[in-house]
Design a protein around this ligand. Structure first.
Ligand SMILES: [Zn+2]
Length: 341
């Protein structure tokens, strides 16, 4: 078996993937037609995911949300991304979605979340993949809106919605703005994560850990600029969810060999790999692994460790984690034995 086939076949957990960023362009176009929504600035599905910078990207992201309207639309998009993930042997996913984006587009929270849950249940019964949801704060919006989002989650509890996260552009929108929303979420039993130090200083990581109470860090690449914070994260075994392809394009000169993930792994940061917004960055749940192997020099032992790190970072109970560590490792090792020398 060659390395690419091996990396596609190995069992995976997925902790860093955004619902809106995982919709195939053809599905967005299809749903826009269904609802008579016009999507400005493009004519063909191939044009939709073509953009020169992060702000254009986020603009397209928000525009696409206007095409996702009814409960069945949400069922369809959740189902499609999970069916694709199952082809790459993703067995468990904690998926971000942005309730306030859909609410701003006029969609009631219950319509969105219950549609997603329909898709999650259908994908589990058809493909065996299990998925839970993380409601993400759009950090470019106000702290008050984040509070409203958490209030909404609390008013409409769903077993599948297990935590909150924070996404969108970080530079001018630091994490401390949202400490109240994080306190409220924690007080209501929700788990906590945040995108931090993706394109901002490493102190944002400490703000997320200490002020917001985050249990893991999404991205975190600038941690390599602070010896003290890096050592702390190693010592405390903070799990980092890293996405090579989507961030190389934006921040690291499109050369994965220069990506900080390499240094983070060498220094003992407990990281796992995922694919962020796969069709939008022309990747998929295996391609990030394959490119990381080709450009960063990671081998089977690294991917085995990343897999186990991901399991440790999952918001499931300890007995489930222990069972997964055993079963995933056994399947991984059986596949590794078939790797070409
Ligand atoms: Zn992300």
């Amino acid at each position: 078996m060659d390395m690419s086939s091996f990396l596609k076949a190995i069992p995976k957990v997925s902790l860093h993937l955004h619902l809106m960023g995982s919709i195939q362009a053809a599905t967005v176009v299809d749903l826009a037609k269904k609802h008579g929504v016009s999507l400005p600035d493009f004519d063909e599905p191939e044009d939709l995911y073509d953009y020169p910078d992060i702000y254009k990207f986020l603009h397209m992201y928000d525009n696409s949300a206007l095409a996702i309207v009814d409960r069945d639309d949400f069922r369809r998009i959740a189902y499609e991304t999970l069916a694709e993930a199952a082809e790459h042997n993703v067995r468990y996913r904690e998926m971000f979605f942005n309730p306030t984006t859909h609410m701003a587009a006029g969609v009631p929270y219950e319509t969105a979340v219950d549609g997603l849950i329909d898709g999650i249940r259908d994908a589990e019964s058809d493909h065996g993949i299990v998925c839970r949801l993380i409601a993400a704060v759009n950090r470019m919006e106000t702290p008050e809106l984040a509070m409203t989002m958490v209030d909404t989650l609390v008013e409409h509890p769903r077993a599948e919605v297990i935590g909150i996260g924070m996404d969108y552009a970080e530079g001018e929108f630091p994490p401390e703005r949202f400490w109240k929303a994080y306190r409220l979420a924690k007080a209501n039993g929700l788990r906590l994560t945040a995108h931090a130090s993706e394109d901002a200083p490493p102190r944002n990581i400490e703000t997320c850990l200490d002020l917001l109470g985050c249990e893991r860090i999404d991205h975190g690449y600038h941690v390599i600029e602070s010896e003290a914070i890096m050592q702390r994260c190693v010592d405390e075994e903070v799990v980092f969810t890293c996405t090579p392809v989507s961030t190389a394009w934006v921040y690291f000169g499109d050369d994965l060999a220069n990506h900080p993930i390499k240094t983070m792994a060498a220094r003992g940061i407990k990281l796992m790999l995922d694919c962020d917004d796969p069709p939008m960055f022309k990747t998929n749940p295996s391609k990030d692994f394959i490119l990381a192997a080709e450009h960063m020099g990671f081998g089977p032992a690294d991917f085995r460790r990343f897999m186990l790190n991901g399991i440790d970072g999952c918001w499931v109970d300890d007995s489930t984690k222990a069972a997964w560590r055993t079963s995933y490792a056994a399947d991984f090792d059986a596949l590794a034995a078939q790797l070409d020398a």
